[in-house]
Design a protein around this ligand. Structure first.
Ligand code: ATP
Length: 761
C-alpha cells in the first residue's frame, strides 16, 4: 500500500515536471516560477527514488493517548493480544500522508518527533511503546519481521521476554553489522541506537563534540545528524548550507552516498585541503612538515611574511617625471609605509594609502623643484596644479612600477609560494625556527600546486592580504539594481494586464502575483536561478558562512585548520566527531578542551558513544592493549558482537613477505573487502596486489574506513614510522568487521604480544 502511494507521488511529480519542461517563453516571473518548480519536482523525484529501498522499516504500537491519529495498522485494535487500544505508527525514509483520509499519516519520516520512540524506547523507559517491530525487505518484498515487546505483561502473553542486551532491534542490527562490506557506507536509519539518536537530535546550539572509540558509529551519527538538522531546520539551513569536513577524498567517497540515500543532496563535503576555493591539495607533506605548518606559530610567521613584502629600498630610487629627476628615498617610503600600516587594514587594502602617501611626497618634491619662487615667496604652483601632478604621477608607469616593487598587490598563493621557495624569506619571517625546520618547510616553486597543510595558510594569508574588490562590488551592485528594475518592470506589466472587467469587483481574497511577491523578492529568485545550488555556491566562495558545520575525524585537524574552519561558521553551530586515541597526524589534537576553548569558551558539550558496532570482541581484546599504552585513562568501547574468528600473527622471512600476502589473499573465499595495511615504504611497491576486493593502503588512507578482513603487515615499522605510531596501530587494528591477521618479518611490537599463530600453523 505504501509503495502504491510512493508510485503515485512519483508519477505526479514526473508528470508535473514533464509539463513544466515543455512550457516556454512567458514573463520573467513565469520563467522564474518554472525554474523553482523544475528544481522542486526534480528534488522530489530524487527523494522518492532514494526511499525505494527499505521504504518502511519500522513500526511501533503505542499506548493510545487519544491525541494522535492512527495509521493503517489500527486493524489491530480489538485483538486480544494485549495490543488493544494501540496507536500504530509506521516509520520509514519519508513521510507519506493519506490524502483520501484527512491527511492522516500513513508513514512517518524517521526524523519526525512522533517517530522518535522507535529509537528511544527501552523496557525501562518504554515511552508508551508496547511493541517495536523491525521490518526488513528486499525490493518490495518483506523478508523478515522482528518484534520486541517492551511491556512485560504483553511480552509474557506472547511467550517472549523483553530485550535485555541494551541494543534495540538486535537481529536487524546484527544482520546489518554482519553484512559483507562493499566499500560504500550505508545509512543506519533502521537501526539507530538510543545513545546515537540523542546525539542525532541534540538541540545543543554551540559545538557538540561526539567522542567515541573506533566503530562506535561516529561517522554514521554525524551524517544522520546532518539529515536530521536539514529536515528540522530546513528553511534556515537550505540557504546557508551544511558543510561536512572529512580527512581525505577516499573517506569522502566512502560516505558520499549516505546523505543522498536519505534524500539529502544539498551538503558540501570537503577535506581541509580542498576547502580553499580554486586550490586542490595535490602535494604531500612530510608528517613533520605538516606539523610545523599546522602550528599556531604560523599566524605570526605569515604576518611577518606579509610585512616583509612592504619594503623600504636599500638605496634611493631615481625616477624621471616630465624630464625632471625626482627621487624615491627611504624617508618617503618609511613614512608612507608607517601611514599605511597604522590604518590596520589588510595589506592589499592598505596599499592605496601607501600609494597616495608616496605620490603626495613625490608631487611635493617636484613642486619644490619647479614651483619655487625665485624671488623668495611661496610656491608658485596652485593647489590645482599639484592635484594635476598627482594624478599624472598615478598614471605614470615608471612611478607605479617603483611603488609596486615596494608594496605589491599580492595573492595568498603568491606569498606562500615565494615564502616556501626562499630560505632567506623563511628565516626572516620565522626567526624562531631552527635551520632544520626551515629546511623542512623549504620547497622549490610548486607552480600553483599546494598540499593539504597549505590550505589553512592560504586562508590565513587571504585574511592578512584582503581582497580589493571595490570594483567587483560596484559591478555587482549595478547588476543588482538592474535586476530589481527588470523585476519591477515585469510586475508592472502583470498589474497592467490584470483583466479590466475584473478590476471593479475584484475579489479581495483573490491573490494576484504582485500581492505575493515584490520586485526584490522576484529579483532574488531570478538570481538564485542563475546560480548553482547552495553547496556549489558555497564551495566557490572563501567568505561563505555556513549554517552548520560537521567535522569528522576531527582529531586530525591542526590548530591552523581549526582557525580556517571557524571563519566559516561564525555562529559556532557545529558537530565535531572524533577520537583522540586515533590521532595519527602529529599536528592533530589530543584534547578537545584545548582546541575549542579559544573559540567557544565553555559552551561546548561532549557526548560519548560507548558501543563498538564494527570490530568484533576478539579483535578488540588485542586493540585494548594498544589503547592502554596510548592512554590508560581511556575506556575502550564495548563490542556488540563476536565474529568467531581469532585474530592471529605470523612471522615470515622478509623475502617471503609479499608471497605470503599473495597466498593469504588467494586463500580468501567469500564476499567482502580485504585491506592489506602496510607501512609507507611498501604502499607503492605492493600496489599490484590490489584487486576488485583488495585494497593495499597505509594507515592514513584507511582512516574512518572499514573492511571485512584486515591483513596488517610489519606493524613494527608502522609503529616506528610516526611519533603517533601507537595511535596508527590502534586505527589499523580496528578496521576489520570480521577477521584480522598480522604478518611480520621484524619483531612483533610488545603491545601485540597477545596475538598467537594462526590455527593451521
Ligand atoms: N545503529 C547502527 N546500526 C547499524 N550499523 C551501525 C550502527 N551504528 C554504527 N553502525 C555501523 O558500524 C560501523 C562503524 O561506524 P562508523 O564508521 O560510523 O564508526 P566510527 O565511530 O566513525 O569509527 P572510526 O572512529 O573507527 O572511524 C559502520 O559500518 C556503521 O554502519
Amino acid at each position: 500500500m505504501l509503495y502504491g502511494h510512493l508510485d503515485s507521488l512519483r508519477e505526479y511529480a514526473q508528470t508535473r515536471l514533464g509539463r513544466v519542461l515543455l512550457e516556454t517563453g512567458g514573463t520573467p516571473q513565469a520563467r522564474s516560477e518554472r525554474e523553482s518548480f523544475t528544481q522542486m519536482y526534480t528534488e522530489d523525484i530524487a527523494k522518492y527514488d532514494a526511499a525505494e529501498h527499505g521504504l518502511c522499516f519500522g513500526r511501533i504500537d503505542v499506548r493510545d493517548t487519544g491525541t494522535n491519529g492512527s495509521g493503517p495498522g489500527d486493524v489491530d485494535a480489538g485483538n486480544s493480544d494485549g495490543l488493544d487500544d494501540t496507536e500504530v505508527r509506521y516509520i520509514g525514509r519519508l513521510g507519506i500522508l493519506d490524502e483520501g483520509n484527512d491527511f492522516e499519516p500513513l508513514l512517518l519520516d524517521w526524523r519526525a518527533p512522533l517517530a522518535r520512540p522507535f529509537y528511544l524506547a527501552t523496557p525501562a523507559a518504554p515511552e508508551g511503546v508496547i511493541r517495536r517491530r523491525h521490518i526488513r525487505s528486499r525490493g518490495r518484498a518483506v523478508t523478515a519481521l522482528n518484534d520486541e515487546y517492551l511491556d512485560l505483561e504483553v511480552a509474557q502473553s506472547h511467550g517472549t521476554t523483553t530485550p535485555t542486551g541494551g541494543v534495540a532491534g538486535e537481529s536487524a542490527l546484527l544482520a546489518a553489522l554482519n553484512a559483507a562490506r562493499t566499500g560504500q557506507m550505508h545509512d543506519i536509519v533502521a537501526t539507530i541506537q538510543s545513545e546515537q539518536d540523542s546525539i542525532i537530535r541534540s538541540e545543543h546550539r554551540s559545538v557538540l563534540v561526539v567522542q567515541g572509540g573506533p566503530g562506535t558509529g561516529k561517522t554514521a551519527v554525524a551524517l544522520h545528524r546532518a539529515a536530521y538538522l536539514l529536515y528540522t531546520y530546513r528553511k534556515q539551513l537550505a540557504k546557508a548550507g551544511v558543510l561536512i569536513v572529512g580527512p581525505n577524498s577516499t573517506f569522502l567517497d566512502y560516505i558520499g552516498q549516505v546523505l543522498p540515500s536519505l534524500g539529502e543532496t544539498g551538503v558540501l563535503l570537503s577535506t581541509i585541503g580542498d576547502l580553499y576555493p580554486g586550490v586542490r591539495a595535490e602535494l604531500e607533506d612530510e608528517l613533520v612538515t605538516g606539523e610545523i605548518k599546522g602550528s599556531l606559530d604560523m599566524v605570526d610567521v605569515l604576518k611577518k611574511a606579509v610585512r616583509d613584502r612592504q619594503e623600504v629600498p636599500a638605496q634611493p630610487v631615481p625616477l624621471m617625471f616630465d624630464s625632471y629627476r625626482i627621487t624615491l628615498d627611504r624617508k618617503i617610503v618609511t613614512r608612507a609605509r608607517g601611514r599605511a600600516r597604522s590604518s590596520r587594514r589588510p595589506h592589499n587594502l592598505a596599499r592605496p594609502i601607501f600609494v597616495s602617501a608616496v605620490i603626495e611626497a613625490l608631487a611635493d618634491q617636484l613642486a619644490a623643484l619647479i614651483g619655487t619662487d625665485p624671488v623668495g615667496g611661496g610656491n608658485l604652483l596652485s593647489r590645482d596644479d599639484i592635484a594635476d601632478i598627482r594624478s599624472e604621477m598615478r598614471a605614470d608607469p615608471d612611478i607605479i612600477a617603483a611603488i609596486d616593487a615596494l608594496w605589491p598587490q599580492l595573492t595568498p598563493q603568491q606569498v606562500l609560494t615565494d615564502l616556501l621557495a626562499s630560505r632567506d624569506r623563511l628565516a626572516m619571517a620565522a626567526p624562531a625556527l631552527t635551520t632544520q625546520q626551515i629546511d623542512l618547510l623549504h620547497r622549490p616553486r610548486s607552480r600553483g600546486r599546494f598540499s593539504a597543510a597549505d590550505a589553512p595558510l592560504l586562508d590565513e594569508l587571504a585574511e592578512l592580504l584582503g581582497v580589493d574588490d571595490a570594483a567587483d562590488r560596484e559591478r555587482a551592485a549595478r547588476r543588482w539594481r538592474r535586476q530589481i528594475a527588470d523585476a519591477q518592470g515585469a510586475l508592472d506589466i502583470l498589474t497592467g494586464s490584470a483583466p479590466q472587467d475584473l478590476e471593479d469587483d475584484l475579489d479581495p481574497e483573490l491573490l494576484m502575483a504582485y500581492d505575493l511577491i515584490d520586485a526584490t523578492q522576484l529579483a532574488e529568485r531570478q538570481d538564485l536561478r542563475r546560480h548553482e545550488t547552495t553547496a556549489e555556491r558555497a564551495a566557490g566562495d572563501r567568505t561563505w558562512t555556513y549554517g552548520h558545520v560537521i567535522v569528522d575525524e576531527a582529531q586530525e585537524l591542526s590548530e591552523m585548520a581549526w582557525r580556517m574552519l571557524m571563519r566559516r561558521i561564525p555562529n559556532r553551530w557545529m558537530t565535531v566527531v572524533g577520537d583522540t586515541a586515533q590521532t595519527g597526524d602529529p599536528a592533530g589534537s589530543s584534547s578537545w578542551q584545548r582546541i575549542l576553548e579559544p573559540y567557544v569558551a565553555n559552551r561546548w558539550r561532549k557526548a560519548e558513544l560507548t558501543v563498538n558496532y564494527r570490530t568484533p570482541a576478539e579483535i578488540m581484546r588485542v586493540a585494548h592493549t594498544v589503547l592502554a599504552a596510548i592512554d590508560p585513562e581511556q575506556v575502550p568501547p564495548r563490542s556488540v558482537r563476536e565474529s568467531g574468528f581469532a585474530p592471529w600473527a605470523r612471522h615470515v622471512d622478509a623475502g617471503e613477505l609479499a608471497e605470503t600476502v599473495q597466498q593469504t589473499l588467494a586463500a580468501h573465499d567469500g564476499p567482502g573487502l580485504i585491506a592489506v595495511i602496510v607501512p609507507h615504504r611498501l604502499a607503492g611497491e605492493w600496489a599490484h596486489l590490489e584487486g576488485a576486493s583488495v585494497r593495499v593502503a597505509t594507515v592514513r588512507d584507511v582512516k574512518g574506513l572499514e573492511f571485512d578482513e584486515v591483513l596488517l603487515v610489519e606493524p613494527g615499522d608502522i609503529l616506528a614510522e610516526s611519533p603517533r605510531g601507537l595511535n596508527d596501530l590502534y586505527v589499523a587494528l580496528t578496521r576489520a568487521t570480521q577477521r584480522l591477521g598480522v604478518l611480520h618479518s621484524s619483531a612483533l611490537p610488545e603491545v601485540l604480544d597477545g596475538l598467537h599463530a594462526p590455527a593451521e600453523c
